[in-house]
Design a protein around this ligand. Structure first.
Ligand code: SF4
Length: 124
């Protein structure tokens, strides 16, 4: 029994309305104005991916938490697991934007990177 998904392509601001039909292993996409939209529709039908932005705890810093993002998209189905794994991560200030704060999260080949600088707390 074919399954139909109606999606808005989020790859660029044009926001094309996609119709994705999945029938077993066969996937067809319509409504896309470019190949990137077709690829997005196929990916959504097979294994939706999302980037992860969140914060982790920070020790010795001017702020108690540090903003981080994934170096690449993760399977949507694993985002909550990734958040749980990051719960145990504590970075030590100072940290620079772009520093890796967690490697190969869940063994998915994606790192978590700092998106901000974190200076050491000043002790006066
Ligand atoms: S299909 Fe292409 S043009 Fe349309 S929103 Fe997606 S990326 Fe943009």
């Amino acid at each position: 029994m074919p399954e139909t998904l109606n999606l808005t392509c989020i790859v660029c601001p044009r926001g094309c309305r996609l119709t994705v039909v999945k029938d077993g292993d066969a996937v067809s996409v319509s409504g896309h104005a470019c190949p990137r939209g077709e690829a997005y529709g196929r990916q959504e039908a097979v294994c939706p991916l999302r980037s992860l932005t969140t914060t982790v705890r920070a020790d010795g810093g001017a702020r108690p938490r540090l903003a981080v993002r994934s170096s690449a998209d993760l399977p949507l189905s694993r985002l909550l697991d990734a958040m749980a794994a990051l719960d145990g991560v504590v970075v030590r200030a100072p940290v620079r934007a772009g520093d890796v704060v967690a490697r190969d999260i869940l063994g998915l080949g994606v790192d978590m990177l700092a998106t901000d600088n974190l200076e050491e707390a000043r002790h006066e």
